[in-house]
Write a protein of this length. Structure first.
Length: 457
């Protein structure tokens, strides 16, 4: 799955297994003009640079990361990147850098139609830059690397005259399957390993669920977030460390504990809050730490180098915050490159294919589709994206950063990250399936359980 020059100035490579996975998920919403996992990530700046500077920086970013301009070919199975003429470059900027005088990033998150393009919205009234793209193009860590590069270009000014002559093709990111030497051929061994990995998920079905509205068709994506102050954030981190817990395991455990009063079994409302059952889903795991240089860092920003690992916790056995957190801890700290229990890279492609089959098997009753919170931990944003960029041309200061995804199913897509010393808990959902008031209350309960279980007053 290497990039190959198939004709002068035209480069292609096949989508890898994970990119195909996210494309299938995205395409499922196309008949409704929706796109599951459509990513919106916003930088609110102290001072928004003039639009012409942002346009020039956008061109320079394409030179450094040409994959932001790659498109699916006619078959939808291959990336295609074409070296642009000056006219084509300007047309690309006009198409992908959208100037919107009146709206905010949240307005666009809720109301903008989905696109397969990698877009940047320039929002002067809100002083925001909104990066918006399908998840099959990039993941959260890669997006932060990309934003850092963009702000550096803005603060320093473009370092060269824009000349796209094909030399930028060397910066096209290879596929995860290629650089991790993933076994692509299905064998008895890869099939068995994938079945064993997925067995954790299948044995845990059905997961506990939370009540949803009796609607079938998704409507407006919604998001909410809430910060802990800097002092409380530091106390959360230090308490987790003293207990030998990762912050992610603790926050995920608190999420499950917050779910328990609302949880029901077999979608039966009469069982709500009775305890027991299983919490079953997928934990998002970044794979960059397993990859060789330079693919574990900023040079391969425009890529998706992660996967989802099944988790299932028996809540009849693990009833306390501490016990649930210990189960999450085991999963989050698993070394996925070790043979025990399984080296994920030996069967990743087959595993993803089986996950696609599993997710495509819709329940006969859409009201009985999975409905529980799942967590994505994005970590310390400032490890990848600084709040202040001082350059030779200007100083760019980021006041706020947030990320959200469009969801078209009944899951609550929850996230945790820390920005400028403050931890943020976030929930994304679809308005068709949850009342806003329920999600606001649920987020408050989640936040309070974090404090209660970590003994933080």
């Amino acid at each position: 799955m290497q990039w190959t020059e198939v004709s002068p100035g035209c480069y292609e490579r096949s989508f890898d297994s994970l990119e195909q996975f996210y494309r299938i998920i995205a395409d499922a919403g196309a008949p409704l003009n929706k796109q599951h996992y459509l990513v919106s990530c916003t930088l609110r700046l102290k001072i928004l640079p003039p639009v012409h500077e942002v346009q020039n920086a956008w061109k320079a970013l394409r030179k450094q990361y040409p994959q932001i301009a790659a498109m699916p070919d006619e078959t939808g199975t291959r990336f295609r990147y074409t070296v642009p003429s000056s006219t084509e470059l300007n047309a690309w900027v006009q198409e992908t850098l959208v100037v919107d005088q009146g709206r905010s990033a949240n307005d666009i998150y809720e109301k903008e139609q989905p696109s397969s393009l990698f877009l940047l919205f320039y929002l002067p009234q809100a002083r925001e830059l909104l990066f918006r793209m399908p998840h099959w193009r990039i993941d959260g860590i890669g997006l932060m690397y990309l934003q850092t590069a963009f702000l550096r270009i803005l603060s320093n000014g473009p370092s060269e005259k824009f000349q796209f002559d094909g030399s930028e093709a060397k910066y096209l990111a290879p596929s995860l399957d290629q650089i991790a030497t993933v076994q692509l051929k299905t064998t008895a061994e890869t099939s068995q390993a994938a079945d064993e990995e997925l067995g954790v998920f299948l044995r845990g079905l059905p997961s506990i669920s939370i009540p949803t509205l009796p609607n079938v068709v998704p409507t407006t994506p919604r998001r909410i977030m809430s910060y802990f102050c800097e002092d409380t954030t530091q106390r959360i981190i230090s308490t987790c460390k003293s207990r030998g817990l990762s912050v992610t395991a603790a926050i995920h455990s608190a999420l499950v504990v917050a779910t328990l009063p609302h949880a029901q079994h077999e979608f039966n409302s009469e069982t709500r809050g009775q305890g027991g059952g299983k919490y079953t889903g997928f934990n998002a795991i970044d794979l960059r730490k397993y990859l060789p240089v330079p693919y574990n860092g900023p040079e391969a920003a425009v890529s998706i180098y992660h996967t989802g690992i099944p988790v299932s916790i028996d809540l009849a056995v693990h009833k306390s915050f501490e016990s649930i957190a210990a189960e999450f801890q085991y999963g989050y700290r698993r070394n996925l490159s070790k043979d025990e229990p399984r080296n994920i890279f030996n069967f990743l492609a087959e595993y993803i294919n089986k996950v696609v089959e599993l997710l495509n098997a819709q329940p006969p009753d859409p009201l009985r589709a999975p409905a529980h919170p799942e967590l994505s931990s994005i970590g310390l944003i400032n490890d990848h994206l600084q709040a202040k960029h001082e350059g030779s041309a200007s100083t760019i200061e980021v006041e706020e950063w947030w990320i959200a995804m469009e969801g078209i199913n009944r899951l609550l897509l929850t996230k945790v990250w820390t920005w400028s010393g403050r931890m943020c808990l976030s929930v994304n959902w679809n308005e068709a399936f949850y009342e806003d008031s329920f999600v606001v209350k649920f987020l408050g309960e989640w936040k309070q359980i974090v404090l209660k279980e970590l003994d933080i007053n």
